[in-house]
Design a protein. Structure first.
Length: 95
């Protein structure tokens, strides 16, 4: 009877080890892909791959998106202000 429980414990341990190794490999691959994307994006734009510069990039693109949506809703003054704010933010960031 002891051999059955030993075998069952080893089988369960092997299964748990397989799941943990598979998840570790999966998340490591996602991390490598994200790091490659951020490195390629920052290298093509000529900016440092830091959190602050990437946050400024996202903020500037958000401002430009707001300007585009303001144009589509028919408010040209708001569109001009959002676009100017977006261009100022991206102009500070990009060399």
């Amino acid at each position: 009877m002891e051999d059955v429980f030993t075998w069952l414990g080893e089988a369960l341990g092997t299964l748990i080890r397989f799941v943990v190794d598979t998840l570790g490999t999966f998340f490591n691959s996602i991390d490598d892909a994200a790091a490659g994307f951020i490195d390629g994006l920052s290298r093509s734009l000529g900016i440092a791959p830091t959190f602050f510069t990437l946050a400024l990039l996202v903020l500037g693109l958000f401002f430009l998106w707001r300007g585009l949506s303001a144009i589509l809703t028919g408010s040209p003054i708001a569109a001009l202000l959002w676009a100017l704010l977006g261009l100022l933010t991206l102009g500070m960031l990009l060399p």
